[in-house]
Design a binder for this molecule. Structure first.
Ligand code: AP5
Ligand code: MG
Ligand code: ZN
Length: 217
């Protein structure tokens, strides 16, 4: 099973993808996470991407489609994939069709997380992750069970993303509206789009997604 999670910054793509990794053994391919890893490692891709990401704009289609293709090549065909934050433009949507078909994969669902943008700023500025294992948290909505200690790995070090400030978030949302939301009709025409209320609490969103995927057996 291969699915796309689509929604603006802070919609909960990463949160829901990591749930699916746990419950279904799928693999999460987040272009944002992969680009942040490239920036941290100081690779050629990372050097190109850093300023663009810090400004909240989109990295080039060639770069992101390239890293998605490489990531898929490293996976067995039987492993289900969750595309998180990719595709984000019409060019990427068409590239993904080629990337999947040349590897014998098909797309099963495009799950759109429907959200109220005005409320997403609070989600984004409150977000942080474990510096060691990357587990995601929120100041209000998803605190660690023991304050200051990662539930997953026990680390006490956390970090925040440089693009998680109110100004950059506005640019990221504008990019979503201008370039990403317009790709939905491509998938609507194929009958692949399912909508989920992304403003429900995290467990309810997970249950709604599970109900959609459950039909896949
Ligand atoms: P990326 O990393 O993909 O960022 P994004 O799309 O802006 O999305 P976020 O990761 O901010 O949000 P999310 O939907 O994952 O929300 P989360 O689950 O964390 O991309 C970053 C940058 O990389 C881009 O701006 C671009 O420059 C570049 N890039 C990446 N992919 C690219 C591509 N394909 N093409 C070109 N450029 C690309 O949730 C947010 C917070 O809310 C968390 O704290 C969470 O705990 C909390 N939360 C989640 N769900 C709920 C809920 N239901 N109720 C309450 N709180 C919730
Ligand atoms: Mg994310
Ligand atoms: Zn951790």
């Amino acid at each position: 099973m291969n699915i796309i999670l689509l929604g603006p910054p802070g919609a909960g793509k990463g949160t829901q993808a990591s749930q699916l990794v746990e419950t279904r053994g799928m693999i999460q391919l987040s272009t944002g996470d992969m680009l942040r890893a490239a920036v941290k490692a100081g690779t050629a891709v990372g050097l190109k991407a850093k300023a663009v990401m810090d400004a909240g704009e989109l990295v080039s289609d060639e770069i992101v489609s390239g890293i998605i293709g490489e990531a898929l090549d490293a996976l067995p065909l039987t492993t289900g994939v969750i595309f998180d934050g990719y595709p984000r433009t019409a060019a990427q949507a068409h590239a993904l069709d080629d990337i999947l078909s040349t590897r014998g994969r098909t797309l099963d669902f495009v799950i759109e997380l429907e959200v109220d943008e005005a409320q997403l700023i609070e989600r984004i500025v409150g977000r942080y992750t474990c510096a060691k294992c990357g587990a995601g948290y929120h100041d209000t909505f998803k605190k660690p069970r023991v304050a200051g200690v990662c539930d997953v790995c026990g680390s006490t070090e956390f970090k925040r993303r440089p693009d998680d400030n109110a100004e950059t978030v506005r640019t990221r949302m504008a990019e979503y509206r201008a370039k990403t939301a317009p790709i939905l009709p491509i998938y609507e025409a194929r009958g692949l789009v399912r909508r989920v209320d992304g403003m429900a609490d995290i467990a309810h969103v997970s249950a709604a997604i599970d109900a959609i995927l459950g039909a896949m057996g």
